[in-house]
Design a binder for this molecule. Structure first.
Ligand code: HT7
Ligand code: ZN
Length: 852
């Protein structure tokens, strides 16, 4: 496959002034007629001189007819598109018309126009529009679209505002120039949950969430989240919605979470539909975040888009940063920050430490779909957070205002983005840009000394080589620190140190005693802090730090230290750690959600990552056994406090998904998970029996499965929910995720043999095949069974849905951490996949990167 390089970017030869599309829908024979008004791009002298060919992308299209200014074209398409030689192009603007036929019913890749349970829908990002018609399918070609849809289905939707409709047809007009990846069309027998929003300038916007009949009563939360997002973007970023209608459609077959098509967002139904009985607190929080994320793209992504796909973080990093701020405002900033850091470390730090490491702005790719990663999204958001921290809130807002003003209607780059900050603040961001161009997570070594009232912090940064990048020059790192007195008082409130050198020292004078440092407060930069810290100091910070993130981080450090010693030295759980946890558990002044997070032990994969980084070869089986032992020790040591918390955190009255109630349930659920280790499952069985919401039912069921029980509850769950696909996805996942290591592959295999294992549905596929990769000890079972199982399914899915197969293949990316036997077993599977004939570009790129 061809490698695409950022350095080889050239502007398009022709720009598009307007597009008219007409769809006559039929499952196997959809006709697409296009009329596209082109003009030579003034930025391309060859096009202006009339010597540039016009290249249109097009894949799996049957061309019926094409014409330029009414003259039929003789040119025949190749496998990836159609070239119209310069000689066949008029000197100035011209009209290109085409008629093609496509078969949405056989489109299993879920990219382009496809069908899901009788409904037509599209997914065009990144390069799906070329499967709909011939077009310059690149984000720097932006144009207004007019669309006519002909079909007997009752609901016919496209981007923009509806301009006409009648029996069997509808017409839509999107006046805002957009790239083809934001095009969308939906046709189906759908019903709407509707509402309205008045923008701050008085525009009345009709809001609709379109779902299959029967799902209307599960839309209220998503609608509420949408209205709050619209208001928040006005209040926080001054951004107002710009059409008369905002449509959201829920689809059951979808490769990712959701898509921000202009005025017509399309969502995986999992991230729209929610009721207390069917969705957990985490589901509600995720729906709120994803609704906000897609809505926020209207400005950061749609009005200002990316020049090319290397700039993906321009829209994704910024939009994730915006949705994280929104969720923090809606809920708790402290809790949200801790959750985001947990995700970042679990997914992005892991990616950065392995063969799939790449910069936030990659310099080359074979298949862009493989770069919708934690690095582009989550690290991309961290980079924005650092920028904001460095320039300050006020300058950040000024820079964003300038960005919207300067680049509205354009396809921009990271250089444009940074220039806006340079112009707004006068800062030179040359060194900061390394966060975009250099892969890898910096390690920040911290040492200190104290003499005569002066405390000095010595910082040293180092980033290990990543694929293709052996040299790592120092980056600018904002290190937020605070200092505490030995009595627990804060003597230095948070100050951001700006580290720019490989080694740098910072002094603090006028202190009366050697302080305790609180370093990287709020997780001010995505780095790994290395500092020799005593258990006493961590316990002190856990008890006294004024920064909630650092407080949690101190507890996290203690837990990791205890687990490392339990795994590597066979040590017993440290009593000091158990006491510290008990103190947090009993501290009613702390937010229950924060206490729940502190009670959550580092995951087995996190421990494998930690042990590997510390020079050990992690044994997933042993990590599992020792972690289980720690859970039991905590349960025994804190039985009284856990029981009291379990009772105290019961939430009376009907279920509400707000953060306060969810936090209490989270703490109660954490207590239940421990108590179940010592009460034989009694409390969990009772909770399962009385639960009137999915959160409490799943907490109970998970706790029971973790002690090898729960068969009766699983059966009753299935009996109740067998006709609800989204709920049954959870049932499938649970049995793999909570399986004992020896049962994991067998459980997964048995589930895939059921008639309701609809493996062509990405949610159902992920519910089992994704879950096996998330059960660390089960996945890395020494038999290699789970590795074979995953490889078998990737090979099976790839010809139908390469995108989803490629995404799930990343489970193999941590192979180098493990012992020679496991490495050999994984490499055998990677080789077997690589040798499969006809492998997709998506999966073959992932496998070859992982093989190195
Ligand atoms: N911008 C979207 C990313 C995306 C996608 C979504 C659904 C299916 C396939 C997709 N490929 C890329 C989602 C987002 O970040 O908002
Ligand atoms: Zn996005």
């Amino acid at each position: 496959p061809r490698t695409i390089r950022l350095a080889e970017y050239t502007p398009p030869s022709h720009l598009v002034e307007g597009v008219e599309l007409q769809f006559t829908l039929a499952p196997r024979t959809t006709r697409v007629r296009s009329a596209i008004r082109f003009r030579p791009n003034p930025a391309r002298p060859d096009a202006v001189a009339g010597t540039a060919d016009l290249r249109l992308d097009g894949e799996a299209l049957t061309l019926i007819r094409a014409a330029i200014d009414g003259t039929v074209l003789a040119a025949a398409p190749d496998a990836t598109g159609l070239t119209i030689p310069a000689a066949a192009l008029p000197a100035g603007p011209f009209l290109f018309e085409a008629e093609v036929e496509i078969a949405p019913e056989t489109n299993t890749a879920l990219e382009g126009l496809y069908m899901s349970k009788g409904m037509y829908c599209t997914q065009c990002e990144a390069e799906g529009f070329r499967k709909i018609t011939f077009y310059p399918d690149r984000p720097d070609v932006m144009a207004p679209f007019k669309v006519r849809i002909e079909s007997d289905l009752p609901v016919l939707l496209s981007n923009g505002d509806a301009v006409g409709q009648g029996p069997g047809w509808a017409e839509w007009h999107d006046p805002w120039p957009k790239p083809a990846y934001l095009f969308a069309l939906v046709a189906g027998d759908l019903v709407a949950h509707s509402d309205r929003f008045t923008t701050r300038s008085g525009r009345e916007v009709a809001l609709n969430i379109w779902v299959r009949r029967g799902d209307e009563d599960r839309c209220a939360y998503a609608m509420d989240a949408l209205k709050r997002s619209m208001k928040w973007d006005e209040d926080t970023y001054g951004r107002e919605y710009d059409l008369d209608v905002f449509n959201i459609v829920a689809v059951d077959d979808f490769n990712m979470g959701a898509m921000e098509n202009k005025g017509l967002n399309i969502f995986n139904s999992k991230y729209v539909l929610a009721s207390p009985e069917t969705a957990t607190d985490d589901d509600f929080a995720r729906i709120e975040a994803i609704i906000a994320h897609e809505y926020f793209h209207n400005w950061t992504g749609n009005r200002i888009t990316c020049r090319d796909w290397f700039q993906l973080c321009l829209k994704e990093g910024l939009t994730v940063f915006r949705d994280q701020s929104f969720s923090g405002d809606m809920r708790s900033h402290a809790v949200k920050r801790i959750e985001d850091v947990l995700t970042l470390r679990a997914r992005q730090f892991r990616e950065d430490a392995g063969p799939l490491a790449h910069p936030v702005r990659p310099a080359s790719y074979q298949e862009i779909n493989n770069f919708y990663t934690a690095t582009v999204y989550e690290k991309g958001a961290e980079v924005i957070g650092m920028l904001k921290r460095l320039v300050g809130d006020e300058a950040y807002r000024r820079a964003l205002d300038l960005y919207f003003e300067r680049h509205d209607g354009e396809a921009a780059t990271i250089e444009d983005w940074l220039k806006v900050f340079e112009d707004a603040t006068g800062r030179d961001l040359t060194q900061f840009k390394r966060w975009y161009t250099d892969a890898g997570t910096p390690h920040l070594r911290v040492t200190d000394d104290y003499r005569d009232g002066t405390y000095v912090l010595h910082l040293e940064q180092q980033t290990l080589p990543t694929p293709g990048q052996p040299e790592k020059p120092p980056r600018v790192i904002p290190v937020a620190v605070g200092l505490l007195n030995p009595n627990g008082d804060e003597v230095l409130p948070t100050r951001v140190l700006e580290m720019t050198e490989a080694r740098q020292s910072f002094s603090f004078e006028g202190l009366s005693a050697r302080p305790v440092p609180s370093i990287l407060r709020g997780f001010s930069a995505p780095v790994i802090v290395e500092r020799e810290t005593s258990a006493e100091e961590r316990a002190f910070l856990l008890a006294h730090d004024t920064d909630p993130f650092s407080r949690w981080e101190a507890g996290r450090g203690l837990a990791k230290e205890v687990l490392v010693r339990m795994v590597t030295e066979g040590a017993d759980p440290a009593p000091g750690f158990l006491e510290g946890l008990g103190a947090i558990l009993r501290d009613d002044s702390l937010d229950p959600a924060f206490r729940a997070l502190t009670l959550r032990l580092p995951s087995e994969d996190d421990m494998a990552q930690t042990l590997h980084a510390a020079g050990h070869v992690p044994d997933p089986t042993r990590i599992h056994v020792r972690r289980e032992a720690l859970i039991e020790a905590i349960a025994r040591h804190l039985a009284g406090a856990l029981g009291a918390t379990y009772s105290a955190m019961s939430v009376p009255g009907p279920y509400t998904p707000d953060a306060g109630a969810a936090g209490k349930r989270a703490l109660r659920g954490a207590a239940l998970a421990y108590l179940t280790r010592i009460d034989g499952g009694a409390a969990a069985k009772v909770q399962y029996g009385v639960a009137d919401n999915m959160t409490e039912a799943l907490q109970a069921l998970s706790a029971l499965l973790d002690i090898g029980q729960g068969a009766a509850e699983l059966a009753s769950f299935e009996a109740r929910w067998r006709d609800d696909a989204l709920v049954m996805d959870k049932w499938f996942t649970l049995q793999v995720l909570h399986a004992a290591p020896d049962d994991c592959a067998a459980n997964a295999r048995a589930l895939t043999e059921r008639s309701d294992f609809d493996w062509k549905n990405p949610n159902r596929f992920r519910s089992v095949i994704g879950a096996i990769a998330a059960n660390a000890a089960g996945f890395h079972h020494p038999s290699g069974d789970s590795y074979r199982f995953l490889a078998d399914w990737l090979i099976r899915l790839d010809p139908l849905n390469p995108q989803t197969a490629a995404r799930l293949s990343a489970a193999f990316d941590s192979w180098a951490r493990y012992d020679a036997d496991r490495q050999g077993l994984i490499r055998d599977q990677l080789a077997r996949i690589a040798a499969t004939p006809g492998l997709s570009r998506d999966l073959s790129e992932m496998i070859s990167r992982m093989r190195g």
